[in-house]
Structures are given as structure tokens and as C-alpha cells.
Design a binder for this molecule. Structure first.
Ligand SMILES: [Zn+2]
Length: 436
């Protein structure tokens, strides 16, 4: 018989050349990977037990088959999946551990930014949208895979418990009386938050299988009851349903129309698809969050760049009077404030790139011209002759100078008082001849 069921032990065929058996599981190829995995798994389990405070019993209750199948068939980046599953996404709290200049707080509230906080917080619209999308995507998967209603309701309750795990009004476990107590206890030991990372209890697969059987039985019973109503005269041995007949899941197969319409998946395949659906929804949340942060940072950077460009243009216009006179109407805007308000950033950057060098060159030209020009006193028409200070010439005089007659003092006094050969009479010693 050949089907998709997993068989750890296989028959040795005559054509079998080699078979590697590790802990009860046969391997017929990829021996190195099998050996490495067998060696690494115990170490990985000890690491997870220490990280999530699990004991060995809890580790053994995890559905590792579904987890491995989901990870093996996950279409996204394997690096991202590792960070998502093991809570290594670069949130603010994670980045602050390696860069002390980074804040560990959330962008939107004062709590530490972890991915768990992003999933369960109400501080931003993307987190609220994530929780709606999570329920929508999970129920869509249930509908697509014809999941039994009892399983769907139980899993939705578990997701709701995770959503309310950080709120003050948490749902006590005692209120979920309809949920299987063993499953609830096992998953609580693993962690409700770890459930969305792919660490599901094995009891989920058991619940899925039992729900399948129960739903098929219910449908078969309903079908048989309808046949009783439609064909009341048929033989009682065929139409009468006895509740003590011990129905099993194999009995209704192929007997009724509903059995051909519902295509149930194997438990491992169903659970792996459910895990991938949860991972996809969480990945969408992370990408939306990163995109929003980058958009905000881009807007802040653009605003800062615009202000820097505007400041540089204002500084250039403040030097307008230092440029050559012929350039002052060519290089500068007449209404600077209006220009800075209406002009796009790219155009302002273009203006700055083109006119900043020529304005600086014009200022240099004007400065050189002003420095090399001769002083006004060096021109021929403005020749200057130094004279001695007037107070040094006449400092012995007590009376002010009569500049009207200055030219008289430049002539020797002998020109005014010419000597004569006449003898001065004795009786007229005080009389002098009058000047000419
Ligand atoms: Zn927050």
C-alpha cells in the first residue's frame, strides 16, 4: 500500500544498498544532513527549554513534525523565518542591546518595543489591523481546508487567549469549559505566544483527527436520518440508525455524497499549513511596521534637508551686496520668501548647486577689485604737500595771525626798511623814516 503516511521504519528491499537508522527512524539518503540534525536537535531542545522555561516533558509535547514541515515548505526568506520564530527581529529593544544610543522604547508608546508588543499592542493602527487579519486569515484557511467546526472554534479561542494575554482583562482558562482540558494545559505550558511561533501541542493534531471523525459521523447520521424521512417504507435494517452500532470514520467513506465533497488534509499537513498562515500574517505585520517607520524617517530626513537647503539659500542672499554690482540682479531672487515657499526641493537644490559657486566667485572678484584699487589720495589731482603745523610756526606769538597780510612776512624786512647814508641828528633820535 502506497500513500502519504510517514513511516519511520521501512522494509529492506533487495535493491536496498544502505539504510541508516537513527533513533528508530530509517534514512535512505542525505545521510550527512540526517546525522547533523540528529546531533543538533538535543542541543536545540536544551536551548529552547532554557529560553522558554520548558521542561523536558513540555518539549516532547510539541508537534515538531508540523513545525518542521511548515519550516521546510515556507516560501519566504529562511533568515527572516529564523528571526521570527526565535524572536530575533530587529525591534528597538533588540537593537538597543547592541547599540546603546538606540532607544528600546516603542515608536508609539512608552513600552519596550518587542515583536510581541507589536502584535498585541493597541498603540498603533497596524497592530490593531494585524489582529483582525490574523483571525480573518486563519478562518479563511479553515474554510479552504474544510476544517471541522469544533477544531476551528477551539483554535480561535486559543488565539483570543493570546490576544488578551497582555491586557488587564484576561480570559481565565476556567471559562473555556468547552475546550479540551489536556490540550489547554499542554499549550499553556508551551506558551500562548509560542503557539503563534509554530510551537503547537501535539494534542492539536489529535483534536483535528477526532473532529474529522466526529464531523463525518454527524454528516453520515444526518444523511441517514434524511433517507429515513424520504424513504419511510424501506427496510428497517437499512434505514434505521442505531446509536449502539459503533460508527467509525471508515464506515461512511464512499457511501454518501458529502464524503466526496470534503477533502480533509492529513493532520501534519493541515497543521503545517496553519502555522504557515500564522507566520505569513505576522510577517505582513513586521513589513508594514518597517515600511511605516521608514516612511516617517524619510519624511523627517526630507524636512531636515529642505530646511538645510533653505538656510544655505538665505545665506547666499544675505551676501548679495558683496557681489559684483552687475551680478546682483542676475543671481538672486527678488522675493526670496516667496521663492522658498513655492519652489520644490529638487529645484532649490539645483539653484544652490548652480549659483553658489558663481556667487562666491563674484564676491571674490569684488573683494579683489576693491583691494587692488589705488587710494584716492594717490590720484594726480589729489596730490598733497605736507606743511609744518601752524602752532609750531607762531607759537611765540601772543596775538593771532593776520593771514590777510601773511605775504608781507615772507619778504625780508630790508625791503621795507632800506638803509640810508644820512646821519641821524641827535635831536631827532626817536624819529624813523616812514615805509614806502
Ligand atoms: Zn507601543
Amino acid at each position: 500500500m502506497v500513500d502519504k503516511a510517514v513511516r519511520p521504519k521501512t522494509w529492506l528491499m533487495p535493491s536496498t544498498k544502505c539504510c541508516l537508522s537513527i533513533q528508530g527512524t530509517d534514512h535512505h539518503g542525505h545521510y550527512q544532513n540526517a546525522i547533523r540534525r540528529a546531533v543538533a536537535i538535543p542541543t536545540l531542545h536544551r536551548y529552547l527549554e532554557k529560553r522558554h522555561h520548558w521542561n523536558t516533558e513540555t518539549t516532547h509535547t510539541i508537534d515538531w513534525d508540523s513545525f518542521q514541515t511548515a519550516a521546510r515548505t515556507y516560501p519566504g526568506s529562511r533568515n527572516h523565518l529564523l528571526k521570527l520564530v526565535y524572536d530575533k527581529l530587529p525591534t528597538n529593544l533588540y537593537r538597543s542591546r547592541y547599540d546603546k544610543s538606540k532607544s528600546a522604547r516603542c515608536h508609539f508608546c512608552n513600552e519596550f518595543e518587542t515583536f510581541e508588543h507589536l502584535c498585541l499592542s493597541q498603540c498603533n493602527p497596524r497592530s490593531n489591523e494585524f489582529r483582525i487579519n490574523m483571525m480573518t486569515n486563519i478562518n479563511s484557511y479553515f474554510s479552504k481546508t474544510n476544517a471541522p467546526d469544533s477544531f476551528s472554534n477551539t483554535f480561535n479561542n486559543a488565539i483570543t487567549v493570546w490576544f488578551q494575554s497582555r491586557s488587564l482583562i484576561s480570559t481565565p482558562l476556567a471559562t473555556h469549559m468547552t475546550n479540551p482540558p489536556e490540550l489547554w494545559r499542554r499549550q499553556a505550558a508551551i506558551g500562548w505566544s509560542q503557539m503563534t511561533r509554530g510551537f503547537l501541542a501535539k494534542q492539536w493534531k489529535t483534536l483535528y483527527s477526532q473532529s474529522q471523525v466526529n464531523e463525518r459521523l454527524d454528516c453520515w447520521l444526518e444523511s441517514e436520518a434524511d433517507n429515513d424521512v424520504i424513504h419511510p417504507n424501506e427496510d428497517d435494517e437499512v434505514s434505521t440508525i442505531s446509536m449502539d452500532s459503533g460508527y467509525n470514520s471508515a464506515r461512511p467513506q464512499g457511501l454518501h455524497p458529502w464524503s466526496g465533497n470534503k477533502d480533509f488534509l492529513t493532520p501534519t499537513r493541515f497543521m503545517s499549513g496553519l502555522i504557515r498562515t500564522i507566520w505569513d500574517t505576522m510577517t505582513d505585520l513586521w513589513q508594514n511596521h518597517i515600511q511605516h517607520i521608514h516612511d516617517c524617517a524619510s519624511q523627517i530626513a526630507q524636512h531636515a534637508e529642505t530646511k538645510s537647503i533653505q538656510d544655505q539659500i538665505r545665506a547666499l542672499h544675505a551676501m548679495q551686496n558683496q557681489t559684483m554690482a552687475a551680478h546682483r540682479d542676475k543671481y538672486f531672487h527678488p522675493d526670496l520668501d516667496q521663492y522658498l515657499i513655492q519652489t520644490p526641493l529638487a529645484q532649490m537644490k539645483c539653484y544652490l548647486q548652480r549659483y553658489q559657486p558663481v556667487i562666491l566667485h563674484s564676491i571674490k572678484q569684488a573683494t579683489t577689485l576693491a583691494t587692488n584699487a589705488p587710494k584716492i589720495t594717490n590720484f594726480p589731482g589729489f596730490a598733497y604737500t605736507a606743511h609744518p603745523p601752524r602752532d609750531l610756526i607762531h607759537h611765540v606769538r601772543e596775538e593771532p595771525i593776520h593771514w590777510k597780510h601773511t605775504k608781507i612776512w615772507n619778504r625780508p624786512i630790508t625791503e621795507y626798511f632800506k638803509p640810508t647814508n644820512q646821519t641821524i641828528p641827535s635831536n631827532s633820535s626817536n624819529s624813523f623814516p616812514a615805509p614806502d
